[in-house]
Design a protein around this ligand. Structure first.
Ligand code: ADP
Ligand code: MG
Length: 348
């Protein structure tokens, strides 16, 4: 028996952070939002197979960090385990850039307020070490370019090639969630293919939450979406819920449950129990369709653990049953015909 070499360990672990096209782009977008960008443009060529570029107007990367920015577990966001409790940024594990280096070729162009309009282009090798740097013109912000995604991971690249449309749609759904939650950010996602340019998403920074949701759900949904909420009280641990959901009528529903967004403290995440609850309640009134919804939960950060999986999509909630019963109560007011703002009776 022997210990696995450091390089092999890095390669193995990298595969857990960036598992597919969607998680690769998500990590870059999260970094832009963490850098307080108000403008983020995501541009894919051939659905990411040729290149992925994420350009932001955030704070940029300081010269002092050029050499370490893509090293594993190097982060500017936390210094100790205790810091996790109050972490307000999407990232904190210092794994994304190093993982991306392991699965793609990474180039970073960046400028800070101090250096702009002078910037620098940084090139990294597959172990995250700085290979080369050269000066370039750049407004404040950062552009990260990935090429050859999964070239060294033939099974994954083959899967991406084979299912490129499905993978691209998964990416769009994921980015949509960040578009909903990112107040004051102009976000765009375009894909350049041989067939032309597709704009899959474009939000305006000045729009309110509901307008941004309609950009994603479709403006024709405006009359079909209702707002519901649960106000925090001391008995239920100050959990607050604010949501939008489509009415339980066939024309407002969908045949798939792909537009169902759940956020905890501003973090898009998967919470299967809440998803099940909402869909079951909806089905009681409209058995043939799924609702579109966006539910935001605000909860004491000390009551949640987001550090369960490298992608941080899974969240452990201490008062999970309280949260679910509060959600049930808030939705009941919307769904029950007697009290409903929908004012609909059971629709088959
Ligand atoms: P984490 O986000 O967990 O810190 P990453 O590997 O995603 O780890 O990023 C490493 C570091 O690189 C970040 O902590 C941040 O300092 C810097 N960084 C990455 N992307 C950007 C960006 N778009 N703008 C500014 N800094 C960035
Ligand atoms: Mg990050």
């Amino acid at each position: 028996m022997h210990a696995i070499g450091k390089d092999t360990v890095r390669q193995l672990c990298a595969g857990q952070v960036v598992v597919d096209l969607a998680t690769s782009v998500k990590e870059l977008l999260e970094n832009s939002l963490d850098a307080a960008a108000t403008n983020v443009d995501i541009k894919l060529k051939d659905s990411g197979l040729t290149s992925i570029i994420v350009a932001d107007n955030g704070q940029g990367i300081d010269e002092a960090n050029f050499a370490t920015v893509c090293r594993k577990h190097w982060t500017s966001k936390i210094s100790s385990f205790e810091d996790l409790e109050g972490v307000a940024t999407f990232g904190f594990r210092g794994e994304a850039l190093s993982s991306l280096c392991a699965v793609a070729n990474v180039t970073i162009t960046t400028a800070t307020r101090e250096s702009a309009p002078m910037g620098v282009e940084l090139e990294f090798d597959n172990s995250g070490e700085l290979l080369a740097q050269k000066p370039t013109a750049r407004e404040r912000g950062t552009t990260i370019k990935l090429t050859g995604l999964f070239a060294k991971w033939p099974v994954r690249q083959q899967d991406l090639r084979k299912n490129v449309r499905r993978e691209y749609l998964r990416l769009v759904t994921l980015i949509e969630q960040y578009a909903v939650i990112s107040d004051g950010v102009r976000l765009s996602l375009t894909n350049q293919t041989r067939g032309g340019n597709t704009v899959s998403l474009r939000t305006m920074p000045q729009s309110d939450r509901f307008s941004r949701l309609l950009t994603i759900f479709g403006t024709q949904m405006r009359p079909h979406i209702v707002n519901f909420e649960h106000c925090p009280t001391a008995e239920d641990e100050d959990i607050s819920i604010n949501g939008h959901i489509s009415k339980p009528i066939p024309e407002a529903g969908r045949s798939a449950s792909d537009r169902q967004f759940f956020f905890v403290n501003g973090r898009p995440c998967d919470f299967p129990k809440a998803k099940k609850l909402v869909n079951e309640m909806y089905r009681d009134h409209c058995p043939t369709r799924f609702p579109l919804y966006s539910i935001e939960v605000i909860i004491n950060p000390r009551s949640i653990d987001v550090n369960l999986t490298p992608d941080k999509r899974t969240i452990l909630i201490r008062h999970e049953s309280l949260l679910l019963s509060s959600l049930r109560k808030a939705l009941a007011l919307v769904f029950e015909p007697s009290e409903s703002v929908f004012n609909v009776s059971r629709v088959q």
